[in-house]
Design a protein around this ligand. Sequence first.
Ligand SMILES: C[C@@](CO)(OP(=O)(O)O)[C@H](O)COP(=O)(O)OP(=O)(O)OC[C@H]1O[C@@H](n2ccc(N)nc2=O)[C@H](O)[C@@H]1O
Ligand SMILES: Nc1ncnc2c1ncn2[C@@H]1O[C@H](COP(=O)(O)OP(=O)(O)O)[C@@H](O)[C@H]1O
Length: 298
Amino acid sequence: MSDTVTVRVPAKVNVQLAVGAARPDGFHDLANVFLAVSLYDEVTATPADELTVTCAGPDAGKVPLDRTNLAARAAEILAERAGLAPAVHLHIEKRIPVAGGMAGGSADGAAALLACDALWGLKTPAEELLAICAELGSDVPFSLVGGAALGTGRGEILTPVPAGTFHWVFAVADGGLSTPAVFREFDRLTAGTEVPVPQASPALLAALASGDPDALAATLANGLQPAALSLRPSLADTLAAGTEAGALAALVSGSGPTTAFLVRDAESATKVAAALNASGTCRSTHTATSPAPGATLL
Ligand SMILES: C[C@@](CO)(OP(=O)(O)O)[C@H](O)COP(=O)(O)OP(=O)(O)OC[C@H]1O[C@@H](n2ccc(N)nc2=O)[C@H](O)[C@@H]1O
Ligand SMILES: Nc1ncnc2c1ncn2[C@@H]1O[C@H](COP(=O)(O)OP(=O)(O)O)[C@@H](O)[C@H]1O
């Protein structure tokens, strides 16, 4: 048992997001190729009389501090399984954009789970931690493992995939987009059409493994992008600004509205980020590399 535990956890971008038709339970089957990127939240767990959450960072005001916070839910579920009271204070240092399609809430859920497991000396087996993650949300298992992985089912069934190093710029939009609303818009846009069963692209997986940014740029694909653009048409201007500035490829990150730009190297990342900041089409930018490690005790 320790007095305080801090876990660092990465954001993600989806380099392929193939979306199937809505299932009877309301979820969509996916072929979701996740890539963890070097943009991190940190969650610190400290013993306390009761479960409390605080958050700091530019988007902190948008983060719920009640039991709907995924970090709080993770602590509650773990404590209940162990027969303990969730007597912990969770502090989130939030750098991942909120409601931005980069799985920031999922990241905090995975980080809190690992932090509380260490704080309470539980040594919960990895498979059990992954099962709790899947209960918390479709993206949460990936936040725990990080790296690069194919997510099937609703995205929670993970198979690690090889990935070389890539450089990215992320443009943060004003305001968020609701993930359920983007999936509903996908359903509306595809109504009356045959939605194919989602499948991972062999060309994309080969490009990812090769570390060749030109090959990856040619294969990036986000099936939720038309829905995100339909709900937020101004994202087309951001995508165009990054491409004009020299990005190899531009796409919406997951359900958006953060946009992701694949660039050749660190120098190009700095140049594309500066051009995006000057374009007035986004609120701020982050440069990052992939793959990044999953949730890690500091
Ligand atoms: C779209 C993706 C891509 O990685 O992430 P974001 O871009 O939002 O971060 C994920 O599929 C989001 O995963 P996550 O945010 O964990 O979603 P969940 O909490 O499991 O589900 C929230 C809601 O999204 C919809 N949903 C989610 C996953 C899925 N495979 N099909 C769905 O239809 C459902 O309406 C569900 O009620
Ligand atoms: N720890 C958290 N950080 C951010 N948002 C959270 C958190 N816990 C719950 N939420 C809720 O989840 C919603 C989606 O947030 P987030 O995970 O950041 O976006 P996305 O699903 O687009 O990746 C937020 O609008 C917020 O209401």
